[in-house]
Design a protein around this ligand. Sequence first.
Ligand SMILES: [Zn+2]
Length: 457
Amino acid sequence: MPNITEAKNIAYTAIDKQASSLIDLSKEVWDHPEPGFRERRTANLTAGYMRKIGLEPRENVAITGVIARIDTGRPGPHVAIFGELDSLIVPEHRAADSDTGAAHVCGHNIQVGNMLAAAVGLSQPEVLESLSGVISFMAVPAEEYIEIEYREGLRDSGELEFLAGKQEFIRLGELDDVDISLLTHASPNEERTLKAGTSHNGMIAKSVRFVGRSAHAGGAPHLGINALNAANLAMQAIALQRETFLDDDHIRIHPIITRGGAAVSSVPANVTMEMFIRAASIQAMKDAEKKVDQALRAGAMAIGATVEISTSPGYMPSKFDPALCDLYDEGVIELLGDTATGRMPHRTSSTDMGDVSVLMPTMQSYAGGASGRTHSNGFEITDWELDVVDAGKALAAATISLLIDDASRGRKLIDDFEAPLTISEYLATLRGLQRFETFEKFEPIPASDSPESSEPF
Ligand SMILES: [Zn+2]
């Protein structure tokens, strides 16, 4: 039976043999970006590759998710390696899909590649011989929390309950027997590094509709109720709350207007917005959210509009397990040297790996080898070897360290971990954050009965 060094080397050799097919697949995903819960092509590619290397994928999990599982036949922890399937939407990007504007500006395409690279290494029979427990490769939909209105439609038609992929995986019971989770994300720096993360902000999402009354914008604005003006005032009121936020809470609030009016000559009567309220703790998220609701109501009240507020649980604040990150570092140092490792500082972005991190020891690593900025039009993957091949080897190395020698290190890690929430507490927390409220219009000063002027536009 191979020892730890031999097992890792067998895995690395197998990954190296498939390096070009893994990179080609990651490039193909880059070339065909698909936003969350629409990743049909990417999911097919992933499942096809899994079959090619002898795995038996289960498809259409949470609409587009794909899961393949390897059981060593010996009792031990269950390690899940994630890869996110979805793209963002940044139509200005050079590689954006011309129809949808979708682009892989968060680099999730490399995650599909490095997850499959780990699968290539870990599925070698000689490697599995030395391990105890279960390994799952989970291609997850919809990490990016976007197109909220579209996803609310999926929710209304019963296709999902929560608006993100890992939340749905948890709700569907796919993580019930998982003990440890790993994922490697791209990071926009060109160093050859694989640095484990520390923590991320969590987030609450809102989709908002101001309802006013249409009227001739030139001839009779006094007969209208301008929903855009209500939204505008609400955004000002949100901005004026900023001085009340504590530095340590890392609050970020960023609304967008998704519909600002129907025609320039008509007073806008239907204005929609989406926004995130991000913070480093659940309490800070809830406190900031209360202030946002006040601001939204204030905007409606001032103009005499109605506001409908749909609130969804976004993501839990992430906290990655330090012992698991240290274990991951060992493989990175072996593969790329001391300087390739380190810890990312707290990040004010959010991820649904945060939801996983409140349930079990979780590690999210950040691979360099990219340039530009994430979520923007200059983002590019520059080092495919690092992001797909080396990142996959590091995931395989961590899994071998966890599960070799009767999985002694994996078992200790699980014993030492104090989960902030059980799965049922987690689901109850999410459901507690989800609500729909309407603040009816406050009657405006009655418009005069004067007839509309007769201008044609
Ligand atoms: Zn991302």
